[in-house]
Design a protein around this ligand. Sequence first.
Ligand code: URA
Length: 268
Amino acid sequence: MYEDLSLAQARALLEWQVELGATEAIGDEPIDRFELASVQAAPVSDPASPVAASPGPVAPEPAAGAQDAVAAARQAAGAAGTIEALRVAMESYEHCDLRQGARNLVFSDGQPGARVMIVGEAPGRDEDIAGRPFVGRAGQLLDRMFAAIGLGRGEGGGLAPLYITNVMPWRPPQNRDPRPEEIAMMVPFLERHIELAAPDFLISMGNTSCQAILGRKGITRLRGNWAEAMGRPVLPMFHPAYLLRNPVMKREAWSDLLSLRARLSQDG
Ligand code: URA
């Protein structure tokens, strides 16, 4: 059926499947995964051993791959001496599968060195296409929210600078939540990013960002309460995508913005 496809057609077909959320290529022959599971699970035992007949408790698999991924991220991030070098290091980081399905690495926007750095969750479709964070509907709301207290990512416009990034630089398929191991492997990059950008204040937007920065979730309880992490004050806030779905919560977001504005004028 697919033999007559040109390279361009095959590529377009593949991109379409990725767009639909496909994350794995499958072969022509069906695989009986039940059969496979029983073969893999069969214990390798020494019949001479007195305990060979008893399977006993199964020790959890050591997550060696995950540890390697975090160690590799730590090494690559630590070696980056500038923000541009960090971006290049993330481009070449191969342990995160999300990069396979993403069009672009979405690194940051705004001005490094700004007093306020926002950390969002992960790019969505619009950001994946544009290669910039927060350019879709949630991003437009974010821009309006911060402009209301005099901050903006663009040059000029009378707004003080803002710097914006995400925990995950690649779009998860179908915008699913990033998995804990995916977050864990990007934390060393985020930490280094924050060190290099050196903001006075961090805004942690939503649960994924709170998980990465504060090590915990529960944005409804966390929001509005200043914390300290990664060497600076952190203000957890509702994610603008959540505010689009729950406009009544904008009142809380406004109160958080006022709290940020107060800190900026107090400590500035
Ligand atoms: N949501 C995020 O958390 N980040 C983006 O860049 C876009 C939407």
